[in-house]
Design a protein around this ligand. Sequence first.
Ligand code: BGC
Length: 382
Amino acid sequence: MKKRGIVALLAAGAIVASLSACAGGGTTGGSSSSGADEGGGQLVGIAMPTQQSERWIQDGNALKEQLEDQGFTTDLQYAEDDIPTQISQIENMITKGAVALIVAAKDGSALTTVLEEAASQDIQVIAYDRLLVNTDAVSYYATFDNFLVGQQQAWSVLNGLGLTELDGTPIDGAPAGPFNIELFAGSSDDNNATFFFNGAMDVLQPLIDAGTLVVKSGQTDFNVVATQDWLGANAQARMEDLLTKSYSDGSKVNAVLSPYDGLSRGIASALKDNGYAVGAGWPIISGQDAEVLSVQYIETGEQYATIFKDTRDLAAQAVKMTVAVLNGEEPEVNNTTDYDNGVKVVPSYLLQPVTVVKDNITTALIDTGYWTQAEIDGAKAE
Ligand code: BGC
């Protein structure tokens, strides 16, 4: 009874919203139609993995703001990378009567039981950025093209070495190398980490095979190069180790494939501790997330590139999906093949990531309102 009424209310709200969207000529940045009341005060739970990495704070805020704009109430929780905490936060959301859950999991495979509980109460579950695996209880997935993110990271490294354009197009007369490169991957409990690494290796492996790139440590296996919990400190420790074990003969690292800005900063610290200095001879380092301090580092040359994934657009996509499923409609998806979670292929909407180097910081990040120049200039290492 209650649900039917809500669905009717939501449907009415959606009609009003779409009419006003037509009249108003739409909005920019995928933000919600202001003043609409699709939500009718219903609760949506937003379960985010951690506040350690800046992007999740941006995601959480964007989701909360956009849902509340549409008349929902929200419960935004951060699990601080602790599985039991995330489970109990989601249990709480269920108890409080959430009609939908938007979940970015700490560990995509650890939420099976609590998600079953949600499904048994007809609560809609949207996987946010990271896939929820080994469960039937996830309806849709909003994310970026994660394989492409990995390719872009690799292309950015090759671009820094003078081998290709940022889209992977080979550069005529490129140097022959060989270049020493070391590889890092993300946390193995995050489905994205494998996608990023596979995308990057799709680009790098042929060059490793050809001898243009040399991984002196010999460490090229995902499980060996993965960085538990995506922690910068873990990447820093592994980089220290690599420098000691594989570069004590005076050879230099020319490039580091890093899948996330927080790891890139840890890697840079290890390099500095081992006598490298920003400037000539400083390695090309990739990244992801356009974290504000790393954007500053791109300006100063300490990091070469990052992959920008606009959290406002991802939030907008997830909110659209949530409203659609609550209305009993099928959300728009653009990928129904790639995200097999072990139980089913989860229908997904993949957004396009953008490579950012020194040259396009202004157009990609400042002109779009993601960061101001003052924020970039003022960013400080913790
Ligand atoms: C996200 C990345 C992020 C990483 C660490 C991944 O799941 O897709 O954007 O850098 O987690 O937080």
